[in-house]
Design a protein around this ligand. Structure first.
Ligand code: ADP
Ligand code: ZN
Ligand code: ZN
Length: 731
């Protein structure tokens, strides 16, 4: 029997499992050189761009297989490791490989175009030109440009900016063999500034990171302001000295400008950035620079973890505990976890930095899988902030703030300092209530109250984006007694502006910081002048505000009593991070936490022992409750405009899972179909199913075995469903 004809296994950006078979564009059997190349293929009535990820015998009937329309690349786009890590990611998260590749690549590649040129060309005098340029006519443009090049090569970007009609002039010079065009080297410059000398703890951490070769996970656990960023900079420097590339991940776009300027000032190479606020071309350029090896350092948010790094030497995940690393729509993944897997595949060190490590990471460190380096002292002369609990039971509040908080701000401003008021809710007020009949304004599409916004003029839904003007009177009883309930950042801003009319009050939340460098611009305007910042957790993240001396925290009480098993961990991290903004340089910092539950054990713990005390108590509690990091979870989420359909689908899926569980003898707990915390969102009914197991392998095996049958369910096609591995959000 003749050997079967081989086909291409193509990953397509579709929410369907598996790879798709296509013939190559000739009758010859395809070789492995196809792997990693893009192809254009017919799919139904459409044409799609896909990635060849394997070559093999066809799985479908030969007659039904179509040929690719076009081979786009002749050489693979990413590296072997890159494709291998994407395969691992697809497998672990049980996502179609095509969707993973889609998330991992810039849009120019997804649309079938080539990557932009990343090599910077420059012009220099040729050998002949060096001796013969003086023969050019005096006063001519040709001679003037030759004189400039005589001092050294010029990059095309420089010529573009400084020399009108440079192209025509150089063309003439080239035709006379005076100049030549050469590919520029990744330019190196001397750093603009030297940092402070590292202290003993920083030096110990740095040595531990740089001394080892090969894969290792380093947890850099340093209190806020302990100089973790300094350690990163030195580690990157060491990586660059070995001619390797470094990737730095940060949780928020807002954090990139500050860290970017710090890296730019201190490192001898250009820093590339990759985040969602860039346009397609900028993203493609950064991606291409790293993929081609001309880029040496990449600073990016979540999806930058998927950039090819042919000469990788170091990965850094700053604020590793941050929930923003988890992608919550489409293909769900955790960028920190993917980064650890890539570091392993690349056989290089990875640094996870945080003042408040996630319990998952701490658990790995305590179990000896990660190396733990602690920095217990603040860098330089900065002192840890003092933290005080303010009991506001029975106390009259002004715009949600007690007198001690206002006094704290006043004293801080008097000293010429900046004060920060933190509240984890944007908008004016979380709800609108009729005082006469009890009516609450609800979102017509979600099981949720509408938030009052824009100086009480509009109502917004924070879950689906629905907006409408605030009604002039109660729609139920016609009363005019509609009252904003509770406090958001906008309302606090109103109160603070009234109480402190002489200083600027800057609101920093999701609304005010949109647009490029929004936050950076606002902060630059304020400078080190006395003023007040009021905002949401965006402010709690990593910003270095040297003159911030007072932090008031309002509204922690919701987090103290929440059904989410991670609520305390999140609250502890938030409180420590937000407190850590205070007193980062010369002036001592003071933090005041306003609460109706002054005796809550979590607050007492944080006050006496900080985050380590919280973690020491929380880990055994998680173990006892069989929750992560001692158990592994998977969430099957489904939604549809028809409530019955979602429930029916999840009940069928639950049966399939239970059947597979019994067949394979696995120890996995299956919750069965449950309504989600918010049953209706954006007009869709939502149901969940939670799987949990002490064994990650058991959970993975169950999913691999049972998912094909779930995909095959007729009811699965009537709903939107997703699998969320290691979920962090259960709402
Ligand atoms: P982290 O990243 O841990 O929050 P940073 O690296 O931003 O801390 O450092 C906090 C501040 O302390 C910065 O202003 C930094 O320049 C300064 N700093 C860091 N290390 C030292 C040091 N060894 N000596 C003096 N100042 C330092
Ligand atoms: Zn009413
Ligand atoms: Zn809504």
């Amino acid at each position: 029997m003749p050997a079967p004809r081989l086909c291409l296994k193509v990953a397509l950006p579709l929410p369907l499992p598996g790879l798709f078979d296509y013939w190559p564009d000739s009758m010859e059997n395809p070789d492995i050189a196809w792997i990693g190349c893009r192809v254009r293929v017919p799919f139904g009535s459409r044409e799609l761009v896909g990635w060849v990820t394997a070559v093999g015998a066809p799985e479908s009937a030969e007659a039904s297989i179509k040929a690719v329309t076009q081979r786009i690349d002749n050489t693979p786009v990413g590296t072997d490791e890159w494709l291998q890590s994407l395969r691992w990611t697809a497998q672990y998260y049980h996502a179609p490989l095509g969707e993973v590749v889609h998330a991992a690549t810039p849009s120019v590649l997804r649309e079938g175009f080539g990557l932009p040129e990343t090599c910077e060309y420059q012009w220099q005098l040729s050998k002949n030109g060096h001796t013969n340029w003086p023969s050019l006519r005096k006063g001519s443009t040709l001679r003037a440009l030759a004189e400039v090049l005589e001092k050294g090569p010029c990059a095309e970007s420089w010529l573009q900016a400084h020399w009108p009609r440079w192209q025509a002039t150089l063309r003439t010079l080239a035709s006379r063999d005076i100049v030549e065009r050469v590919a520029g080297v990744a330019f190196s410059k001397t750093p603009d500034s030297l940092g402070p000398a590292l202290n003993t703890e920083q030096q110990a951490a740095l040595s531990a990171i740089t001394e080892r070769t090969g894969f290792a996970v380093h947890l850099l656990e340093g209190v806020t302001g302990s100089g973790k960023t300094e350690v990163y900079i030195h580690a990157i420097d060491a990586c660059l000295a070995q001619h390797k590339q470094a990737l730095v991940l940060v949780p928020e776009i807002g954090l990139t400008p500050q860290l970017l300027s710090r890296l730019q000032a201190r490192l001898p190479v250009p820093i590339h950035v990759l985040h969602s606020n860039l346009n397609d071309t900028e993203r493609a350029r950064a991606w291409a620079a790293m993929a081609s090896g001309t880029g040496r350092v990449l600073l990016g948010t979540r999806s930058a973890v998927f950039t090819p790094l042919p000469e990788a030497g170091l990965l850094i995940v700053d604020e590793e505990h941050d929930g923003s690393y988890k992608q919550q729509d489409g293909f769900h993944y955790h960028a920190r976890d993917v980064a650890v897997v890539r570091a392993k595949a690349l056989n290089i060190p990875i640094v996870l930095g945080s003042a408040t490590p996630s319990l998952e990471t701490l658990h790995n460190a305590l179990a000896g899988r990660y190396l733990r380096h602690r920095i217990l002292q603040r860098a330089g002369t900065a002192q840890p902030p003092t933290i005080q609990i303010s009991d506001v039971r029975k106390i009259r509040l002004h715009h949600g703030m007690g007198q001690s908080l206002l006094d704290g701000i006043a004293a801080c401003l008097e000293r010429g300092g900046q004060a920060l008021v933190f509240k984890n809710r944007r908008g004016y007020a979380p709800a609108l209530l009729c005082h006469d009949c009890g009516y609450t304004a609800l979102c017509p599409r979600c099981d949720s109250a509408l938030t009052v916004h824009s100086g009480q003029k509009r109502l917004h839904c924070h879950h689906c984006g629905h907006q409408k003007p605030k009604p002039p009177a109660c729609p139920d009883c016609g009363s005019l007694a509609l009252q904003a309930q509770g406090f958001g950042t906008e309302r606090l801003e109103e109160g603070l502006t009234a109480a402190f009319p002489d200083v600027p009050c800057l609101r920093v939340d999701g609304e005010t910081t949109r647009g490029k460098n929004g936050l950076a611009k606002q902060l630059a305007q304020l400078g080190n002048n006395p003023g007040i910042l009021v905002g949401t957790q965006i402010l709690a993240k990593g910003h270095d505000l040297p003159n911030l001396q007072f932090v008031g925290v309002v509204g922690v009480d919701e987090g103290l009593y929440s059904s989410d098993f991670r609520a305390h961990e999140k609250l502890a991290q938030l409180l420590i991070q937000v407190s850590g903004r205070a007193g980062r340089s010369v002036q001592a910092g003071h933090v005041l936490i306003q609460t109706h539950h002054p005796d809550h054990p979590l607050l007492a713990q944080l006050l006496s022992g900080g985050y380590p005390a919280f973690a020491a108590q929380a880990l055994p509690e998680r173990a006892q409750a069989e929750l992560p990091p001692y158990a592994h979870l998977a969430l099957l989420k489904a939604e549809s405009v028809h409530s019955d359909g979602v429930r029916a689908f999840l009940e069928e899926a639950a049966k399939i899972l239970n059947h597979a569980l019994r067949e394979l003898g696995l120890t996995v707990h299956n919750s069965g179909a449950l309504p989600a915390g918010m049953l209706r969102r954006a007009g869709r009914y939502r149901w969940h199913l939670v799987l949990s197991s002490a064994s990650r392998a058991d959970l993975q095996r169950l999913l691999s075995t049972a998912l094909p049958a779930v995909y095959a369910l007729k009811s699965s096609r009537k709903v939107r469903w997703r699998l969320d591995i290691d979920p962090i959000d259960f709402l």
